[in-house]
Design a protein around this ligand. Structure first.
Ligand SMILES: *Cc1c(COP(=O)(O)O)cnc(C)c1O
Ligand SMILES: [Zn+2]
Length: 428
């Protein structure tokens, strides 16, 4: 057996095809563990470089290009892929100057098939569901997980079941889940409660859970790091900065970097910076105590994708921070929305949570943690179209508690050339 499931707390091992999300002995989170020693001889930079630009699945996918590091034992025929990944890494010199660093690259995960990085974890999660013979998959979601799962389930001919909160769901995400044909259930509870309900019901009904507690999701999400470093010609940046909600992505980043290092594909690790919204900051609070204390919080933030008070992957995120000498910062909704406006204004665009990467970079430069000569990769996790209400509300300066620093005013004009000319001369 080349891969297995292993409890990160007690070390108990399970076969790779066990339908299990946490350890039966101690309740700890499970890792998909690959036999890195067996892979070392064949998994080389050249292997992945040779696959760049190939036309056919699975290696055309920015996830399955790295198949040996994601599901080495899996038959290619099982793979459910939409050639996800292959997202742009944009140099952003104007934003680098604003944040106060020498170089800033933005990895735009909003360019995935359903508009968020979740597609990278969903291709691996739904593939595992197919390998296990599952016909129904479910998740609780703040939005993007459900959009992605609904699409991949439909594409694979499975039923997708989504547990939504009944309030504050970004419109783009809800409309996607409905459009892709998932069974959508709105529940009057927050994400954390819905998460618990999914786990309870799924076990009883034989439904496969595709929240990021599912370790196969994280395997696919590792490819954000693989692809970024390959795009940098295998040069390692000083920092990788990303938003933290349920902490699946940051956990996956830590595992990806650890594995690349173990395999000798990189010779040093970048430092990981996880950015939380002030109103949804359980990891930040724990970080302040050196991880001595952890407490769930009641989450409130305009960045709905990270509005999570009790992140399921907390222990894995702490491990990722230890592996990478990482840091945690928090930013206000004001800072998130202003940073989003700047990213949008570059023509790149992102949803609110994604802007934590830029707002957090600037905050960490101001705090003297990130140095001005350092190179930063910021992860943009979701597409600008996901949350139109937040964008329009910002530019109308109509968001409660936020004063738009970079609004783009929408002009109203009489239908006359003179009126329009007056506006354009004034605006020019
Ligand atoms: C899911 C999501 C996040 C949070 O990622 P976690 O893995 O839950 O920490 C951030 N931004 C966007 C756009 C997301 O969809
Ligand atoms: Zn255990």
């Amino acid at each position: 057996m080349i891969s297995l499931l292993k409890c990160m707390d007690c070390g108990r091992e399970y076969p790779i095809n066990a339908v299990l999300y946490t350890c039966k002995t101690c309740g700890g989170l499970l890792d998909v563990q690959h036999d890195l020693d067996a892979l070392r001889a064949t998994v080389l930079r050249e292997l992945f470089d040779r696959r760049l630009g190939v036309p056919d699945a699975p290696h055309s996918s920015g996830v399955w290009r790295y198949k040996e590091l994601i599901a080495p034992g899996l038959a290619d025929a099982q793979i459910v892929t939409r050639s996800e990944g292959n997202t742009n890494l944009y140099p952003a010199p104007a934003l680098a100057a604003w944040a106060g660093v020498r170089a800033l690259y933005l990895k735009h995960e909003g360019e995935n098939p359903t508009g968020s990085f979740k597609d990278r974890g969903m291709t691996s999660g739904v593939t595992q569901a197919r390998a296990l013979g599952m016909s129904r998959v479910a998740c609780a979601s703040t939005g993007n997980t459900s959009a992605s799962m609904a699409a991949y389930a439909a594409y694979a001919g499975m039923e997708g079941i989504v547990f939504f909160q009944d309030r504050q769901i970004a419109l783009g995400k809800l409309s996607q889940a409905i459009a892709y044909g998932a069974t959508c259930v709105q529940i009057s509870a927050d994400f954390d409660r819905n998460m618990a309900l999914v786990r309870e019901i799924a076990d009883a009904l034989g439904i496969y859970v595709l929240n990021s507690v599912n370790p196969f999701r994280l395997e696919g999400q590792k490819s954000i790091i693989f692809e970024t470093i390959q795009q940098l010609r295998w040069r390692v940046p000083d920092w990788v900065v990303c938003p933290g909600g349920n902490l699946g992505n940051s956990s996956a980043f830590g595992k990806a970097l650890h594995e690349l290092h173990q395999l000798g594909l990189i010779d040093r690790l970048p430092r990981l910076a996880i950015i939380q919204a002030e109103g949804a900051n359980p990891l930040y609070r724990a970080y302040q105590s050196g991880f001595a204390r952890y407490e769930a919080v009641h989450a409130e933030t305009i960045a709905t994708a990270i509005k999570i008070g009790n992140p399921v992957n907390y222990p894995k995120a702490v491990r990722a921070l230890r592996w990478t000498e990482g840091v945690v910062a928090q930013v206000s909704d004001q800072a998130i929305m202003d940073a989003k406006a700047l990213i949008d204004r570059q023509g790149i665009g992102c949803e609110p949570a994604s802007a934590c990467s830029l707002a957090g970079t600037r905050a960490l430069v101001e705090a003297g943690v990130i140095g001005p000569q350092e190179t930063v990769v910021g992860i943009l996790t979701g597409h600008v179209l996901k949350d139109p209400d937040a964008t329009i509300g910002y530019h109308r300066d109509a968001l409660a508690g936020i004063q738009a620093a970079y609004p783009n005013r929408l002009y109203q004009a009489e239908p006359s050339a003179a009126a329009i000319t007056a506006i354009l001369q004034g605006a020019g």
